[in-house]
Design a protein around this ligand. Sequence first.
Ligand code: F6R
Length: 608
Amino acid sequence: MCGIFGAVSKSEIQGSLISGLSKLEYRGYDSAGISIITGRQKIKRVRCVGKVKNLKRILNSSRSSGFCGIAHTRWATHGQPILKNSHPHNSSKVSIVHNGIIENSDELKVYLKKKNYKFTSDTDSEVIAHLFSYYAERSSDGVEAMKRVAKKLNGSFAIAAICERWPDHLLAACNGSPLLIGTKKGSNFISSDIHALSETTDTYVPLQDNEIVELNSTDYKIYNFTGRKISRKQTKAKKQTSEINKNGYKHFMQKEIYEQQEIISNAIKHQIGKKGLLPNIFGPNSDKLLLKTKHIHFVACGTSYNAALIAKYWIEEITDIVCTAEIASEYRYRTVNVPPGTLFVAISQSGETADTIYSLKKAKNRNYCSILSICNVPESSITRLSDLVYLTHAGPEISVASTKAFTSQLIALLFMTMVLSRTSKNKTIEKTILKQVKALPAIIKKTFLLEKEIKKIAKNFKNKKHTLFLGRGVSYPIALEAALKLKEITYIHAEGYAAGELKHGPLALVDKNLPVIGLMPDNNLVNQVLSNLAEVRARQGLVYIFTNKKLSSSKTDKTNVINMPSCGHFVSPLVYVIPMQLLSYYVAIEKKTNIDQPRNLAKSVTVE
Ligand code: F6R
């Protein structure tokens, strides 16, 4: 799961390679590297462990000048994040970068070793370098060589390659991992995403599975793996408006937590008119489609999956529509029944998550009435593949731990619930939700006033090894999300549980050292959650309750109660997730972890 960038130009390319690569760091930051064909038509490779800033430092003292080159930022899959496993990988006169996983790399290694190729890394990618070298020596041109390489590979891949035999040509291939061509007068580029091209050009051409492209500084040609030439129109990218800086905050995560109030206000401003929700906000004729929908299959990963779970609770509470929320890595491999009238909904911040993309591709071949995506990144792989798109307009989310993307997905899903509620017998429910939604920005503002208190509580978690989060109903997915945030950025082991499930096993973990956090909006489940927390207290667990219910002192004995502002039932997940995000953030501050780029993770998970 890595970022690929390549350039071939009439002018020097080192600067654009580095600038493109910096924008792809969200896909992994274990190592970075570039290979450039120099004036003497030799490949010069520079690699380093860690981030692009380390690579920049090396290049400052040893510039690589040339007009054709490739670059890579890595998230380690095969082999530790050490120098020998960093990309580009070289073999004789070629250099390659790869994103994806080569499933038959072991067999290919055996095949290539018999041909005397020596392996110097533990990666699956190195087989591509040797294969390309082997076929480059035996082919009349780069396209022929790349075609023969691609035919040998099983798995998902996006590859960019250069060869000293064809010093003015960049070659690339893709199958299952995204790749785009960027074009500009006198330069052509290859990139894992559109964002990395934004400083260079707004004109791009997406590649599809099983395609090869050959680029020089003035032209590009696309072929499929059988060698047939493909013509495809260029597309103009929409301008990204949001600035990428911390705006005075210490971390991107902190800034993004605080942006949530404005993002929600904007969603309300843009999607709600005088008479309520504007028509067809999910795309052309989407209201009609939604009102005919009988089933919804939500598919997503991680935080986006937690948003899907909440949508299931909301929609099934007020309509007869049957919803499932499923983790994309499960959905993509299992047998799925698709009853007539089923809508497929993919939820993704990045629009580049491999498992979600595969699920969506699978869904396109099934009997769904439509494929809708809820996504933050326009012109991403997921939006390009969908029939209908709702853009969450949360702006670039830089922190690996997702915060504002989650609440922007939730507000979209609540809007969807409002449209679907028109099928309900309860004709006032849409108005009820609308009222709650309109009140939301002010409630979120009040929730931020808890920051000081949360900062104090966070100190108690500094030396904890484990934490449990409990919730019922719509608060159960918030418990999952809170646990995900805490483990992601503080490395404390955390679990989210449906509060009623505690006594079916996890209660065995409770002792005087275990913090247990109850999420308890004032609703019909308060008494049940209180009973579950009493069971924890009886075993000396350290109970924290986040609630807007006024509790009698008998219920709060030896309990930390954090008084939340009151909010409506439907919007409670958007309110209760905020102190959970702040808690993780301040525990991470206490533990001095790398908040925006936690260890072992990447912002976008582009391998399965
Ligand atoms: C957690 C987090 C991840 C993502 C997941 C899906 O903070 O960010 O769990 O939610 O990788 O990513 P998207 O939404 O981009 O498909």
